[in-house]
Write a protein that binds this ligand. Structure first.
Ligand code: AP5
Length: 230
């Protein structure tokens, strides 16, 4: 009899825009059966639905700036409090400021979670630019493609559900530059914050997607708990 499986610690995927956080989070979430919580995706869904939160977030996203902490933190706290996070979860795009990281520490402690596993994808600037310029995303299921390195079988259509593939509005050259600067200013200090706590594992994000997945899975396997009788 196999026991139920869960992640003993939350997983945070960190890295600059285009590092491959979303690509890897989708694979890991499916593999371990836990939610992939991407604050960027949550905001884009609010924008799509035209909610007040979406209208507020959109202005910042269009400029490549961060949405204010109070907005992000409230949304994230509600999300990780849901029952589907009880067996673990994967964070992609959060935390992005030291203030967000401090709130997350508190939320995790209150919920009885140990400190997170922080996986950092290192990717050179030129590679990021090419990846972001070539990215296309399915409007139906959110699958991520790249016209250079991971094209769909039929141009402009998702392999899984035939959904239309589009470019994100913030993947324009000008906004990409701004997002990279924002990352340096606000999110690199978060990496230092976690490094000081001894929580960061480095992964070479420049391998093929499959190579990167293998490296991350090797790390995550160390925090998989199996409950119940074997
Ligand atoms: P968000 O959506 O989080 O964007 P990001 O962090 O800039 O990251 P990306 O989604 O651009 O990149 P990724 O690392 O996920 O790469 P991907 O896997 O897609 O945030 C958007 C905005 O929302 C922010 O600017 C901000 O305004 C707001 N926001 C979100 N969270 C916030 C927060 N916490 N606080 C405040 N504001 C917040 O891959 C990129 C491309 O590369 C794809 O085409 C993919 O196919 C390709 N690729 C991936 N891996 C590989 C590989 N190994 N080899 C070759 N190609 C690859």
């Amino acid at each position: 009899m196999g026991g139920t499986k869960r992640l003993c610690r939350p997983v945070i995927l960190m890295g600059p825009p285009g590092a491959g956080k979303g690509t890897q989070a989708q694979v890991l979430a499916a593999r371990y059966g836990v939610p992939h919580i991407a604050t960027g995706d949550m905001f884009r869904e609010h924008v799509r639905q035209g909610t007040p939160l979406g209208r507020e977030a959109e202005a910042y996203m269009r400029r490549g700036e961060l949405v204010p902490d109070r907005v992000v933190v409230a949304m994230l706290a509600e999300r990780i409090g849901r029952p589907d996070c009880a067996a673990g979860f994967i964070l992609d795009g959060f935390p992005r400021t030291v203030a967000q990281a401090e709130v997350l520490d508190r939320l995790l402690a209150e919920a009885g979670w140990p400190p997170p596993l922080v996986v950092h994808f290192a990717v050179a600037h030129g590679v990021l630019l090419r990846r972001l310029a070539g990215r296309r995303v399915c409007t139906v299921g959110g699958e991520i493609y790249n016209i250079y390195d991971h094209p769909p079988k039929v141009a402009g259509r998702c392999d899984h559900d035939g959904g239309e593939l589009v470019q994100r509005p913030d993947d324009s050259e000008e906004v990409i530059q701004e997002r990279l600067v924002t990352y340096q200013q606000h999110t690199l200090p978060v990496l230092d914050y976690y490094r000081r706590a001894g929580l960061v594992e480095e992964v070479n994000g420049e391998g093929t997607p499959e190579q990167v997945t293998a490296a991350v899975v090797a790390l995550v396997e160390k925090i998989v708990c199996r409950d119940g009788r074997l």
